[in-house]
Each structure stands twice: as structure tokens, then as C-alpha cells.
Design a protein around this ligand. Structure first.
Ligand SMILES: [Zn+2]
Ligand SMILES: [Zn+2]
Length: 129
């Protein structure tokens, strides 16, 4: 989940400003001051600045001017190919557990879990020695 602060700034403006590349938001700070463009970070103590659709008042630490901002929260979906769900091979990795008898194999791609085979278990036990 990403939180984006917006003040009269459109998606296009963010793309043009370079804040969005590959459809993802890349910002090291919350936004720039609308007056002097100094980077501004919202103080999120007590959840301040996270409420959606609320007009927040704040002021710039650089130029001292007051401004408003609203917050909109966007969800980003990141699809990944999952060959193992399309008749491909699972990519099994050992999940490190304690004690070693509870070791499970987990597919890196789809997250499926299974018990290790006797050979895999022997290898895991050997590796722990
Ligand atoms: Zn400023
Ligand atoms: Zn899988």
C-alpha cells in the first residue's frame, strides 16, 4: 500500500516531474512545497496526514508559507508470472525452521508448501551439522 499526498497535482504532472516511472511512484519525501519546491515530509505521528479526503493545513519549513494538502491512498498490484501454476515446475526452497524436523519446502513462486522428501530432509540435516 502506498500513500500519496496530492495538492492540485495531477497524475500527469507526477509523470512529467519524474516522480512516476514504470507506473510506480518514486518519491523520497512526501511532496514538494507548492511555493518554493523544497521537499516536504508530513509528520505522521498519531496517523496525522493519512486520513483520506481531509484538507490538511501545514506550513513549509523552508519558506514558511502555509498550504493545504489532501491524501489519497492507492493500491499497487504487482503481477508476476507463475509458471508452476501453468504446468511448470515449482521452485522449492527450504524454509529454515527449528527444530530441523519441522523443515518444510516452500515454492518461491506460488508460496505452496510441502513436506520435504526423505532425500531433501537428509540434505537439510547434513547441512545443519
Ligand atoms: Zn516552501
Ligand atoms: Zn509454485
Amino acid at each position: 500500500m502506498k500513500v500519496m499526498h496530492r495538492y492540485a497535482m495531477s497524475w500527469n504532472a507526477l509523470v512529467w516531474s519524474g516522480a512516476i516511472t514504470d507506473g510506480r511512484l518514486k518519491m523520497s519525501h512526501d511532496f514538494d512545497c507548492p511555493y518554493c519546491e523544497a521537499p516536504f515530509e508530513v509528520c505522521h505521528d498519531d496517523g496525522h496526514g493519512y486520513e483520506e479526503g481531509v484538507l490538511h493545513h501545514d506550513h513549509c519549513r523552508s519558506c514558511g508559507k502555509h498550504f493545504t494538502f489532501t491524501t489519497s491512498i492507492s493500491f499497487y498490484f504487482e503481477p508476476e508470472k507463475a509458471d508452476c501454476l501453468n504446468d511448470g515446475q515449482h521452485i522449492w526452497k527450504t524454509r529454515r525452521t527449528y527444530p530441523v524436523e519441522f523443515t518444510r519446502m516452500k515454492c518461491q513462486t506460488c508460496g505452496e508448501e510441502r513436506h520435504p522428501t526423505t532425500e531433501e530432509m537428509a540434505a537439510v540435516v547434513a547441512a545443519r551439522r
